[in-house]
Ligand binder design. Structure first.
Ligand SMILES: O=C(O)CCC(=O)C(=O)O
Length: 277
């Protein structure tokens, strides 16, 4: 089921030059159905939290929702297994390798009509790695992501310049910047497609103006050469940062106490609804 996903030389070249690349169909129909079913389970259990605020960065909104779960892998063995899937390791290694580490995972869900976007920002405003092209987000469209439901927008060719950021009053913890939106590209993706964008690329999502919910599952990866002991030590508090490749990688055993590598296919088979198996 899990086939190696080879990014083409021109896709890799686009990522390195423009700071992002969209890859439609990265996950197949069964994998996508498994992710959708597991997200529905997380929602049923009330694990996602509304981070939208009413302009002051503190008062949670009762009318607008930006639902987030970060990190999500403690609540989902499927989400924990995904970064160890062969096609993910292959693609991320080609973009930012040679050795890669998982930095973070999180879900952003925008309910129909009331769902609001995440404001413009560069991930490196949070992460502050020395070379922003050597860290990448992998944003997975869990549902079809369209302009109408607030899919991801990016500013191409902008990753080299660090923009000033300040707290976003419409979120209880996010920061935001103000890039030239005239240069923005709107990336529409069918469910199962992904967009890789480096830590320097300004990006945002929009409000969901449709009746159906839309979610993105975002992982962040970086090249081992952008890490140090302090980075791994910070991860020990609540968010382990598994080495995915390289001489110190253990398939997750060292960080999670259990070998996670090799479990993706079984996790998908377990989580996918019967019709998709
Ligand atoms: O999906 C969203 O609303 C925001 C995603 C994002 O900012 C990220 O993955 O870094």
């Amino acid at each position: 089921m899990s086939r190696p996903m080879k990014l083409s030389p021109s896709q890799i070249e686009q990522f390195r030059r423009r700071g992002y690349v969209a890859v439609p169909g990265f996950f197949n129909a069964t994998e996508t159905a498994a992710l959708q079913a597991d997200l529905a389970r997380l929602q049923r259990n009330g694990f996602l939290r509304n981070v939208a605020t009413d302009g002051d960065g503190r008062t949670h909104s009762s009318t607008r929702q930006n639902l987030q779960l970060c990190p999500a892998n403690f609540y989902s063995t499927l989400i924990r297994a995904l970064p160890f899937a062969p096609q993910v390791i292959e693609a991320v290694t080609r973009l930012i390798g040679p050795e890669i580490t998982l930095h973070l995972d999180q879900i952003f869900l925008k309910p129909g009509r009331t769902g609001v976007g995440t404001a413009w920002h560069q991930d490196n405003a949070y992460f502050k790695i020395p070379k922003p092209l050597r860290g990448t987000a992998m944003w997975i469209a869990i549902h079809d992501a369209t302009a109408a439901n607030g899919t991801l927008r990016v500013i191409p060719d902008a990753w080299e310049t660090a923009l000033p950021h300040a707290r976003d009053g419409n979120s209880d913890h996010h920061v935001r910047c103000h890039p030239d939106e005239a240069k923005a590209e709107t990336v529409e993706l069918a469910a199962g497609g992904v967009i890789f964008f480096c830590y320097g690329t300004p990006h945002a999502t929009g409000d969901n103006q449709t009746d159906a919910e839309r979610a993105g599952l975002a992982y962040h990866f970086l090249c081992e050469d952008q890490t140090d002991e302090a980075f791994y030590a910070a991860g020990r508090i609540g968010n382990p940062r598994p080495r995915l490749t390289g001489p110190r990688a253990t398939g997750g055993r060292e960080e999670y106490g259990n070998v996670i590598a090799g479990t993706w296919e079984a996790e998908v088979a377990r989580a996918a609804p019967p019709a998709k198996r």
